[in-house]
Design a protein around this ligand. Structure first.
Ligand code: BES
Ligand code: ZN
Length: 616
């Protein structure tokens, strides 16, 4: 066994002696975790890590405070690529431990034998430079270009690659952390409290959260207040733009509180990451992580903030207990997002965004196997991220809209508030929701209940007929322009003045296979290739590829080399793959760009492009 000077410090990890309830409610089976929380369960976690940017690893320890339901059962945690340096209990005794069989998707379970009086377990460990949750960026991958950067992405089952723990959303824990970072780099976490003491930053999360919501980032970061509870963090070069773009954040928090009850997390801050962040946003509690690609300059893409904020109710407060129940997180959140957008930016804007989302759903469902069109999806044997389609998002939200329309807004809003209040800080399954729905809404009005085919919505494929899409009145002008363009009107003669981003997106959706000459005309009239709006640019690049309009090539190359957001990369690479020549281009670009993508995007793109990693 290796002993490092660090371990002395590590094994003195403090004891928090929370009074322990005799019984914890049982957790449902989770096929994506080897943990056995009904036997032994972590209730609190204390993390002590030093970040090594040169070696691209974190080293230190994690101390689990345990609730032991079965006195003779061992403690099983999920790990992926973790090197264990030693395991001790709160009496200082070394504990026997062994790794189980490695699963490509789930990692390697670590079993720890407990003594009869063990109340806490400290695991000293080091992460692998390949840890899937962690992306270590070189300075040239940041805006400032001078300092390196690290961020983690836990959802769905990646936290196990940087913390050995029970990596199932059914287990909720409070946590504390001490992070050591090189001078000049600022660590931030998804925590309710943060304090700095020399080279060490301390964090406390005093609300019980699932493991996928523990997040860390570290880089040359500065903070700008946005309101009494809200601030934005970003690199110095981005902070001005970020602060003005996200100026409405506090208004959004108030709006969501009005609709769905108190915001229970204290602060709501946003961290704007470098462009390789693989998602649009991630709802890490108290500190949403966001892609810089939403900074369009005109607040046109801030519905993403409404979405991540809404997760403070649906997802973080009331959490999917397993990844099968993901639609309870995302479907509810898209519904809440729409309501916030309606309240803050008006009905026209919200209706357009909903309509665009439903259009995405319709397009995607056409290509999906029936089993993947189901809200309560069967994910056995699959990586949860592989089933991340618009079904849990848009179909989930459409289900709630159908309920709202059947029962009326006041009744449905009151129902949702009760759902959040009565399940606050709990992890719930689809069955729990269906029971609550039956008792608290359907049973109260049998006639209205009859109009909704709940089982069809939850367990059926396709988009049910009672799915309605709000009429987006501002799309009428777009559809008119499209019709006129189709019948031959030149782009510069179309009436487009005053159009907002969502109208342009609708316009781009309607162009289809126009041919490269007509695309060139559109480009000279509207400057799509130069667009600073990432959503518009992405839609345009896809069209350009489909129509072999090569004037975009330099922009396309740059976009793929710098942006790591999977939602953009996937359709662009897909479009390239459709032709032999495009396929060769895709492979050449991917080879260069791949090392700069996060593991989440690499997983998707490796599969899409049939890429075999020479390093395994
Ligand atoms: N929680 C998700 C991101 C996520 C889902 C990460 C599944 C890993 C696995 C986040 O809230 C989200 O949905 N982000 C969307 C944006 C949103 C506006 C639809 C994204 O990143 O595109
Ligand atoms: Zn979400």
């Amino acid at each position: 066994m290796r002993t490092l000077p660090l371990l002395a410090l590590v094994f003195t990890a403090c004891a928090t002696t929370d009074p322990m309830p005799a019984e914890l409610p049982p957790t449902p089976a989770d096929s994506h975790s080897a943990a056995r929380p009904n036997e032994v369960r972590t209730t609190h976690l204390d993390l002590r890590l030093v970040l090594n940017f040169e070696g691209q690893f974190a080293e230190g320890s994690v101390t689990h405070t345990l609730h032991r339901q079965h006195s003779d059962a061992p403690f099983v945690v999920d790990t992926q690529g973790i090197e264990v340096l030693g395991v001790r209990d709160d009496n200082g005794d070394w504990l026997p431990h062994w790794f189980g069989a490695k699963d490509k998707q789930l990692g390697t379970p670590l079993t720890i034998g407990l003594r009869s009086n063990t109340k806490q377990v400290t695991i000293a460990y080091r992460t692998s430079p390949e840890a899937e949750a962690m992306q270590w960026l070189s300075p040239d991958q940041t805006e400032g270009g001078k300092a390196p950067f690290l961020f983690t992405q836990g959802q769905s089952i990646l936290t196990r690659s940087w913390i050995p723990l029970q990596d199932t959303p059914a287990v909720r824990i409070t946590w504390t952390a001490e992070i050591g970072a090189p001078t000049g780099l600022v660590p931030v976490m998804s925590a309710s409290q943060r304090s700095v003491d020399g080279a060490v930053s301390r964090f406390v999360m005093d609300k019980a959260v699932p493991s996928y919501l523990i997040a860390l980032a570290c880089g040359n970061l500065v903070q700008r207040e946005l309101g009494p509870r809200c601030a934005v963090w970003a690199e110095p070069a981005t902070i001005e733009l970020a602060a003005s773009e996200l100026a409405d954040t506090e208004t959004m928090v108030r709006s969501c509180e009005q609709l769905f009850g108190p915001y229970r997390w204290g602060r709501y801050d946003v961290l704007v990451l470098p462009p390789s962040f693989p998602f649009g946003g991630m709802e890490n509690p108290c500190l949403t992580f966001a892609t810089p690609t939403i900074l369009a300059g005109d607040k046109s893409l801030v519905s993403l903030i409404a979405h991540e904020l809404a997760h403070s109710w649906s997802g973080n407060l009331v959490t999917n207990a397993t990844w099968r129940d993901f639609w309870l997180n995302e479907g509810f959140t898209v519904y809440l997002e729409d309501r916030i957008m309606e309240q803050v930016y008006g009905r026209d804007r919200a209706a357009m965004e909903t309509a665009l989302g439903m259009q995405d759903l319709a397009n995607e469902v056409r290509a999906l196997p029936a089993a993947d069109q189901v809200l309560h999806i069967d994910l056995t044997g699959r990586h949860p991220d592989d089933a991340m389609t618009s079904v849990p998002y848009q179909k989930g939200a459409a289900f709630l809209r159908a309920l709202e329309h059947a029962f009326g807004r006041p009744t449905f809003d009151a129902f949702l508030q009760r759902w959040f209040d009565q399940h606050a800080f709990q992890s719930v399954t689809t069955a729990t929701f269906l029971t609550f729905l039956q008792q608290e809404l359907l049973a109260k009005d049998a006639a209205k209940a009859k109009s909704i085919d709940v089982d069809g919505w939850v367990n059926g494929s396709g988009i049910p007929r009672d799915a309605d899409v709000p009429t987006a009145t501002l799309f009428a002008a777009v559809d008119q322009a499209l019709a006129s363009w189709r019948s031959g009107t030149a782009p510069k003669d179309l009436t487009t003045s005053g159009w907002v981003t969502q109208q342009w997106l609708r316009f781009l959706q309607g162009l289809g296979t126009a041919g490269k000459d007509r695309l060139a005309d559109l480009d000279s009239a509207f400057g799509f290739t130069r667009s600073g709006n990432s959503e518009i640019l992405c839609a345009w690049l896809v069209l350009a590829i489909q129509n072999d309009y090569r004037a975009v090539d330099r922009r396309l190359d740059l976009f793929l080399q710098t942006i790591g957001r999977r939602k953009f990369l996937k359709p662009i690479y897909e479009a390239l793959l459709a032709s032999a020549d495009g396929k060769a281009r895709a492979m050449a670009i991917y080879k260069k760009a791949r090392p700069r993508y996060h593991a989440v995007s690499r997983r998707t793109l490796d599969a899409l492009l049939g890429y075999q990693n020479p390093n395994g």
